[in-house]
Ligand binder design. Structure first.
Ligand SMILES: CC(C)(COP(=O)(O)OP(=O)(O)OC[C@H]1O[C@@H](n2cnc3c(N)ncnc32)[C@H](O)[C@@H]1OP(=O)(O)O)[C@@H](O)C(=O)NCCC(=O)NCCS
Length: 144
């Protein structure tokens, strides 16, 4: 069930929030489920830009960027609370990233998605230009 936007949704770049709020969002995404507080704290400390969306004290959306501020930026962990999806919150998080003053020189933004291509295509992303490859530690455990 979606929540009507009666209250004002705010956006923040702060990273000193209660990490339990982020873990609650992560737990709703199959690719982020089970992430720990300790790892998330370390991750946030090394993340160049994090945008979170808030309904009062409740984190309802998140997205983050790793970048060299010149050539490349990659976007990770874009997620909106299921009760708030379809209300442009994901779009606003993405726009705040793509239009961020610190990233205005970045030549190419990159992200990977399994099944949300249409969401990103609406923001101007294209799947045609390059393909990504990944090396997943969990699949190579026997080599260690
Ligand atoms: C994908 C996600 C971030 C979109 O956030 P949102 O706030 O619901 O999206 P918006 O309301 O800004 O939607 C913008 C457009 O994208 C489309 N869209 C939204 N969610 C979508 C989805 N799950 N799949 C495909 N398209 C989607 C909408 O149709 C909308 O287009 P419209 O305005 O023409 O109707 C959100 O659905 C989500 O968190 N999903 C689960 C986590 C996830 O898989 N994240 C992607 C990681 S790669």
């Amino acid at each position: 069930m979606s929540v009507p936007l009666k209250t004002m949704i705010t956006f923040s770049e702060r990273t000193d929030f209660d990490l339990a709020q982020l873990l609650r969002l992560y737990d709703r995404a199959p690719w982020a489920k089970g992430r720990t507080l300790e790892d998330a704290r370390r991750m946030l400390g090394q993340t160049d830009l994090a945008i979170s969306a808030w309904d009062g004290p409740r984190m309802i959306g998140f997205g983050r960027v790793l970048t060299d501020y010149v050539y490349r930026a990659s976007i990770w962990d874009v997620i909106v609370d299921s009760a708030y999806q379809g209300q442009e919150i994901g779009t606003q998080i993405m726009q705040r990233i793509l239009e961020h003053p610190d990233l205005k020189q970045v030549e190419l933004f990159w992200l990977c998605t399994r099944d949300k291509q249409s969401f990103y295509e609406k923001l101007g992303f294209s799947a045609n230009e390059q393909t990504g490859m990944v090396w997943a530690r969990a699949k190579h455990a026997r080599l260690e």
